[in-house]
Design a protein. Structure first.
Length: 286
């Protein structure tokens, strides 16, 4: 069951009195125990109500009130969200908590509603289905916050020439650069055009605060041949999901599989004609 554990406000917390270093250390150790036990989803301290606002609803009218608010014992100074097996387990954890205030204080525990609690008013399940979609959307948004997206340019044999030009004229900084001859694994038979052995297989270029990836590609062209979007995911599960989603209705040009530069790497063209490179970071921990 999911519960919210609320640290009630005191006159001290409303005055903006900060906890001592000893109390901060003790609370940090307690939070570590919660994380190690696998029950803590989130937890934050709140500034005094003088930094907050209330919005009062009366019919179609809204009125805004600025803090501070006088009902100190009704205010919340901080909270956790826990996933526990029962209210008894939540109570046992709260009893282990250091006193979160420098004075006498209270901690309140309240369970969250589940959609099952609304079965009487959601007889056809439409609201529950909508909530499922929202939860999935939030989960995707949260996981994608760790995702990076870069342009990957293909110069058809003129990559090094382009790098030197951009370095001279727009201050580009060349980071890691690998030639096909540097590859620790041999290139598949027939994939590399004659004379491309010393061409750029992969490089990273920084212009201002933007990073661009580039390559000569494997062909024998002499002009700019296009680009891909290189998307780096945080976990194998996300990489598999994104690769499957983007390739639906499109074309897989390289299956998602381990390579010497990435635990998982694959290429595809989506149904809109956009080329993608999906990968995990080199130091990914599954």
């Amino acid at each position: 069951m999911k519960v919210m554990v609320m640290i009630k406000g005191t006159a001290n917390s409303e005055a903006g009195e900060l906890p001592s270093q000893a109390l901060m250390t003790a609370m940090g150790n307690f939070n570590q125990q919660l994380v190690d036990a696998g029950i803590m989803e989130s937890g934050e301290g709140l500034k005094p109500s003088s930094a907050g606002f209330r919005v009062r609803f009366s019919g179609d009218k809204r009125s805004v009130m600025q803090g501070p608010f006088v009902e100190t014992n009704e205010l919340i100074a901080g909270y956790w969200v826990w996933n526990v097996s029962s209210m008894d387990e939540a109570l046992e954890w709260v009893k282990k908590c250091p006193n979160p205030m420098m004075v006498d204080s209270d901690i309140e525990i309240r369970p969250f509603y589940n959609m099952e609690d609304f079965a009487e008013v959601d007889s056809n399940g439409e609201i529950s289905a909508q909530e499922d979609v929202l939860r999935e959307t939030i989960a995707v948004q949260k996981s994608m916050q760790q995702t990076t997206l870069n342009n990957y340019l293909f110069f058809g044999g003129r990559c090094e020439e382009a790098l030197n030009y951009y370095k001279q004229h727009i201050g580009a900084k060349i980071g890691m650069l690998m030639r096909f001859s540097d590859s620790p694994e041999p290139m598949p038979e027939g994939i590399l055009a004659p004379g491309f052995e010393n061409k750029v297989m992969h490089c990273e270029v920084t212009v201002g605060d933007s990073k661009i990836m580039a390559s000569d590609g494997c062909g024998d062209g002499t002009t700019f041949s296009g680009f891909s979007l290189a998307i780096t995911l945080a976990t194998e599960q996300e990489a598999q999901k994104v690769f499957a989603t983007l390739s639906d209705g499109g074309q897989v040009t390289m299956p998602l599989e381990p390579t010497f530069w990435s635990p998982l790497y694959g290429q595809l063209i989506d149904q809109f004609g956009v080329a993608w490179m999906v990968m995990l970071p080199e130091a990914n921990n599954k």
